[in-house]
Structure formats: structure tokens, C-alpha cells
Design a protein around this ligand. Structure first.
Ligand code: FE2
Ligand code: FE2
Length: 209
């Protein structure tokens, strides 16, 4: 259960602190060249909506991993989840940067999406004996498919968002391979379909708010 060496209240508070950081932190990656893409209003609105969904995806990925890491008993899995979570945080910064360049807003529902994803991650952590890292593998697979969809939906003029998403997609593929190497079991079809449906609902809502 959560971190055995830390009192439960400390673990709880550090999870709250992490969640607030993931949801509200506006930090951006360092050393990235300035935006020199000119988009018209319609293109910028479309790109903003797509990047808002991807930002929400990175918030949720961190929540899933933190949820699973909090409840897993396996030290190796826990360490790997925190490491992958750090990379998701770098993706989040890229999305923060692009959204600010587009003058776009993040989803106002991110706290809700974070809580839902953390709970799902916690269930995956508790089910770990049976599923191993299958839940994460399926998540990364669905994220990769979603990124490919996003890249093709972007206005063709927005090569900068495309580049950012392509960079993120490379890491997601790497994450999927890492969990396969550690050992993952195929999760039930019903769980896969539920994840897919849930993410569709979240994406449809986040497209607008
Ligand atoms: Fe990511
Ligand atoms: Fe990932």
C-alpha cells in the first residue's frame, strides 16, 4: 500500500501536491526555439482544441502512473512508473508551451480527469498480481493511436504542434516497450473497451472545455 516508510498522511499530502502541480503548473521545457508559425484564427482554434486534449492526456497519464505506483508492492514496477511519470511531465511541459503559444486554455475539467485516472491507476495497482503491467501497456497503445490521430487532424500549417506530438509519440512507444519487457499480461477485452470509451468521452468534452 502507498509508501510503507512514510506515514499515510505524508503520502496523501505529497499526492495532492503532485496532482496540483500536474494540473496547474504552467512550466515549459527549456532551450526550445521560438514559435515562428503563423496561423489564422480558424487554424489556431483547431490546434488549440487538439493540444488541449493532448495536455489533458498527459495530466491523466501522470495520474494513472501515480495511482498505480502508490498501490503497487513491487519496487521495480514502482520505480519504473515514477520514471515514466517524469517523462510524461516533460510531455506536459511541451503541451503547456504550445498551448501558451496558441493563447489556448487548458481543460477546466483536468482536476476531475486527474481524480478519475488516479483511481483507475489505483485499481490497476491493486490488480497487479493478475494484470502485471498490462493496463499501462494498453494505455500507451491507446495513447499512441490517439497521437497519430491528432497529428493527422492538425491544420497542415501547424508543423510545430505536429513536431511536438511526434516527439511525444516516440516516448509513448518506448514506454510501451519498457512495460512489455518488465512483464505485462493482456487485460480483459471489457477493460480495454471501457478504457477506450471513457477516453473518447473525455476527449469529446475536452475538445470544447
Ligand atoms: Fe505522455
Ligand atoms: Fe507514456
Amino acid at each position: 500500500m502507498i509508501n510503507q516508510k512514510k506515514p499515510l498522511i505524508d503520502s496523501f499530502l505529497s499526492e495532492i501536491q503532485y496532482a496540483l502541480g500536474a494540473i496547474y503548473d504552467n512550466s515549459v521545457p527549456k532551450g526550445i526555439n521560438k514559435d515562428d508559425i503563423e496561423l489564422n484564427n480558424e487554424q489556431a482554434v483547431k490546434s488549440t482544441r487538439i493540444m488541449r486534449i493532448n495536455h489533458m492526456g498527459e495530466v491523466c497519464a501522470q495520474a494513472l502512473y501515480r495511482g498505480q505506483a502508490a498501490f503497487t508492492k513491487d519496487k521495480k514496477t514502482k520505480d519504473q512508473l515514477y520514471k515514466m511519470c517524469d517523462e510524461e511531465n516533460e510531455h506536459l511541459k511541451l503541451c503547456n508551451l504550445r498551448l501558451s503559444e496558441l493563447n489556448g486554455k487548458k481543460s477546466i475539467l483536468n482536476p476531475l480527469w486527474y481524480a478519475a485516472s488516479f483511481s483507475l491507476g489505483a485499481i490497476a495497482g491493486l490488480k497487479e498480481g493478475k494484470w502485471k503491467l498490462g493496463f499501462i501497456e494498453e494505455t500507451e497503445k491507446q495513447v499512441k493511436n490517439h497521437l497519430e490521430e491528432s497529428i493527422t487532424s492538425l491544420p497542415k500549417e501547424d508543423s510545430r504542434s505536429k513536431l511536438f506530438l511526434e516527439e511525444i509519440a516516440k516516448d509513448e512507444e518506448k514506454h510501451r516497450n519498457t512495460v512489455k519487457e518488465i512483464g505485462s499480461t493482456e487485460i480483459p477485452e471489457l477493460v480495454k473497451n471501457t478504457m477506450n470509451t471513457l477516453s473518447k468521452v473525455m476527449k469529446n468534452i475536452t475538445y470544447h472545455v
